[in-house]
Design a binder for this molecule. Structure first.
Ligand code: NDP
Length: 287
């Protein structure tokens, strides 16, 4: 860690493994420029066994805020001295703030998704029948926020059914949240909102999904972005779903929420979202 950072420069970082691909440094630097602040924001690759030591070292060198990404969100939760209510409900954190000599943990993923859907995509979540594919960290991070935003029903389907059961139980409202088996997808009827929160695309995998899931005027959202989101969104398009979105908006919005927690200033997200979207489109065209 650098000892040469000027005292008035706030130091941030994202911890992950791997993390070199992370867009967070670029997004947070854009926010800081917009707000007239000078910050450092590094991507720090740390193996799970070394997370606690790396966070301690970062704090000792003046680090005041950290984002946490795969695979450390639950481990970081355990390292926090205090946690927000929403982090406690998710059992994981993506935003750490140094308060005195302790880390306070929060999770901004759910708020980021809800803001992207309601404000950028103008999709009213109230009363929506929602399918959540996946029950890993991302699914756990967004489910409570979707609930709070007023969705009517959340059906959780995961490759390992016990994780879907555990998430449905954790939400504590059996009338609104239930788990179902992947093999039963064809019998679940139509949904207004379909969310892919799996990482299947990371290994080049595709999901076997029936078109009968897609309701009229449904929105299909993949929490992944770029190439990884292509198979699910292509499936939705083939099934006649006109409203589709990847996870770039959520990524930018969860970052804005973290930035606001650290600095007290909520940045505008449109310019960096447009820049990253245009870049993603150009990459696609170049393929
Ligand atoms: P986890 O490793 O915690 O969970 C992975 C999930 O994907 C599990 O539900 C797992 O099922 C499922 N899965 C993996 N492979 C397959 C497959 N071949 N078929 C069906 N299901 C599969 O990862 P996260 O939940 O943290 O992240 C999921 C994705 O969301 C990641 O790719 C990540 O990049 C993205 N994400 C995006 C964010 C954003 O801001 N846009 C924020 C956070 C995450 P099982 O339980 O059976 O293993």
């Amino acid at each position: 860690m650098s000892d040469t950072v000027a005292e008035n420069v706030r130091q941030f970082a994202v911890f992950g493994h791997p993390v070199a691909h992370s867009l967070s440094p670029r997004i947070h630097q854009a926010f800081a420029r917009q707000q007239g602040m000078t910050i450092t924001y590094r991507a720090i690759d740390v193996a799970p066994a070394d997370l606690a030591a790396a966070l301690a070292q970062f704090a000792a060198s003046g680090g005041m805020g950290a984002n946490i990404t795969l695979p450390h969100k639950e481990a970081a939760f355990a390292l926090c001295a205090a946690r927000s209510d929403r982090a406690a409900r998710c059992g994981s954190v993506n935003t750490l703030t140094r308060v005195g000599d302790r880390w306070h943990g929060d999770i901004t993923d759910g708020a980021g998704l809800v803001r992207d859907l309601t404000e950028r995509q103008q999709f009213d979540l109230r009363g929506r029948r929602t399918l959540l594919l996946g029950a890993g960290g991302a699914a756990r991070g967004v489910a409570p926020a979707l609930f709070d935003a007023g969705i009517a029903e959340l059906v959780i389907v995961n490759r390992s059914p016990e994780r879907a059961d555990a998430l449905a139980d954790a939400l504590g409202d059996p009338r609104r949240a239930h788990s179902r088996y992947w093999n039963d997808l064809g019998t679940l009827g139509e949904f207004d909102l379909l969310i892919n929160a799996t990482s299947a695309g990371r290994a080049g995998g595709t999901l076997e999904l029936p078109f009968s899931l897609i309701g009229p005027r449904a929105l299909a959202v993949d929490l992944n972005y770029g190439e990884i989101a292509v198979p699910f969104l292509a499936w939705a398009e083939s099934g006649g779903c006109n409203k589709r979105s990847d996870g770039l908006g959520m990524l930018v919005e969860q970052a804005a929420e973290s930035f606001a927690i650290w600095t007290g200033k909520r940045p505008s997200t449109e310019a960096i979202f447009d820049e990253l979207s245009q870049q993603a489109r150009a990459l696609h065209t170049a393929d």
